[in-house]
Design a protein around this ligand. Structure first.
Ligand code: ADP
Ligand code: MG
Length: 427
């Protein structure tokens, strides 16, 4: 069997690692892949969706898996299906649940999925008069379209709100993504992630997780793509999970069916759990999260390719998930300067100690890395995910930081406190 995997981050390295544990897989093509994926499969750069279709035909790919949202939003699933090629993911229309926040909010409202109260605007003057209508701050302003995780702003007063709206709608800092904006209630609580597999009819909930978005310890400084994560999230008790299933997943599925959306793939719920244990959806993603995947997938005992085949064939009802009870925690190592400017091309030392055995207690997944000759060099802001198992999350963190200490590159930076919220709950 030949598999193609689109993407180049830590998430995709983890998917590739999991896919290669299936003995049926003879070849894995990573498009474009990274330094870590290059030891699992063959890395190719293909620039357009058409090129990917062509490649899948030439190489007789049995199944294509997608990491990031951009190809889904551009309609890669529609294109592959038209060409009779097997692929897993929502089609372009269904991917609007991520690519348009307005669409997602309206979907939630229609199907009574709990989410922050909101208003939608597509005219600058109407937002400005709304902002003058005696609102309670803080508020959250969101660009409608994809903005690489930079399109959400929490504003403290009218002036700050106005500046953001000017940037989005007049300055067009995210182009057409800011043609429509949402202004919503700012929810208080703790965030967590639930991802589930959905084949159009049945679903299977993956282990819970939490990530750390801010660059600095204790959650200060600018947002990043994610600085570390762990699974399970102790915040998500069985009782809260039940609530998520009943008040979010069930109406979500009803909505998909009512709207006749073609969705087979992973659904990511970005959740806010309030202090009264109420659950709200902050956002949907239509694919696996990064860095959550790197701590969720290795805990699954099921074969990832079998699960994806079940998604493709809509036979998920026959599947039972088996999850390792151990905790898994991952620390993201970055190039200093990230999420701003940073240097690349630094040699990474110490990787030879971590061969990523299928049953390994420490797993190192590459994100921004590149193989050159026999060396692995840094090639991005987020460079590596160092993940370790433990009987408790504290123990997992201890093991992960022990491994981090063995890896080095010039101007390395990472957070020292991954898991701190969960440790308080473990005590
Ligand atoms: N209504 C809200 N109340 C409080 N915080 C929010 C709200 N909406 C978003 N956020 C914060 O902003 C972050 C990014 O928002 P999100 O909707 O997940 O967009 P994206 O991931 O596309 O940037 C969330 O992880 C959360 O920290
Ligand atoms: Mg988010």
């Amino acid at each position: 069997m030949k598999v193609m995997l689109i993407g180049s981050g830590g998430r995709e390295h983890c998917i590739a690692w999991k896919v290669m544990q299936n003995p049926e897989v003879k070849e894995l093509y990573c498009v474009p892949g990274n330094g870590g994926m290059s030891s699992l499969g063959i890395c190719y750069t293909l620039n357009t969706l058409q090129d990917m279709v062509q490649f899948a035909k030439e190489k007789e790919i049995s199944l294509t898996l997608i990491g990031p949202e951009a190809p889904l939003a551009k309609g890669v699933v529609d294109l592959f299906k038209t060409e009779g090629l097997a692929i897993v993911g929502p089609n372009q229309n269904a991917a609007r649940l991520e690519s348009s926040k307005v669409y997602a909010k309206e979907f939630m409202k229609k199907y009574k999925i709990p989410t922050a109260q909101f208003e939608v605007f597509n005219r600058f003057d109407s937002v400005i008069s709304y902002l003058k209508s005696g609102l309670n701050f803080p508020l959250v302003i969101k660009a409608d379209g994809l903005a690489a995780g930079k399109g959400v702003f929490i504003v403290e007063d009218e002036e700050e709100a106005r500046d953001v709206v000017v940037d989005l709608m007049v300055g067009k800092i995210f182009g057409d993504a800011g043609n429509q904006i949402i202004i919503e209630e700012c929810l208080e609580g703790e965030e967590a992630t639930i991802m589930f597999l959905f084949d159009g009819k049945s679903y299977c909930v993956l282990p819970s997780s939490q990530d750390h978005k801010r660059i600095g310890d204790s959650d200060v400084g600018p947002n990043t793509g994610g600085m570390g994560a762990y699974s399970p999230a102790p915040l998500i008790t069985d009782q809260i999970l039940k609530k998520i299933e009943i008040s979010i997943i069930h109406p979500f599925i009803e909505g998909i069916q009512q709207e006749k959306l073609d969705y087979r793939g992973v659904v990511y719920l970005g959740l806010m759990i309030t202090h009264h244990s109420e659950v709200h959806v902050l956002e949907f993603n239509v694919r696996l999260g990064d860095p959550e995947t790197q701590v969720v997938l290795p805990r699954l005992k099921n074969d990832w390719l079998d699960l994806n085949m079940a998604l493709y064939r809509s036979s998920l009802s026959e599947v039972k998930l088996e999850v390792d009870t151990q905790n898994l925690l991952g620390v993201v190592l970055t190039s200093r300067g990230y999420p701003g400017n940073y240097e690349i091309g630094k040699k990474i030392n110490g990787l030879e100690d971590f061969p990523n055995e299928p049953q390994g207690k420490v797993l190192v997944f590459h994100a921004g890395t590149q193989r050159r000759d026999n060396q692995i060099l840094t090639a991005g802001g987020r460079v590596l995910n160092v993940c370790a198992f433990g009987d408790t999350l504290k123990n997992a963190a201890y093991n992960a930081y022990l491994a981090v200490g063995k890896i080095g590159f010039e101007n390395i930076y990472y957070r020292k406190d991954i898991g701190y919220r969960a440790f308080r709950r473990e005590e």
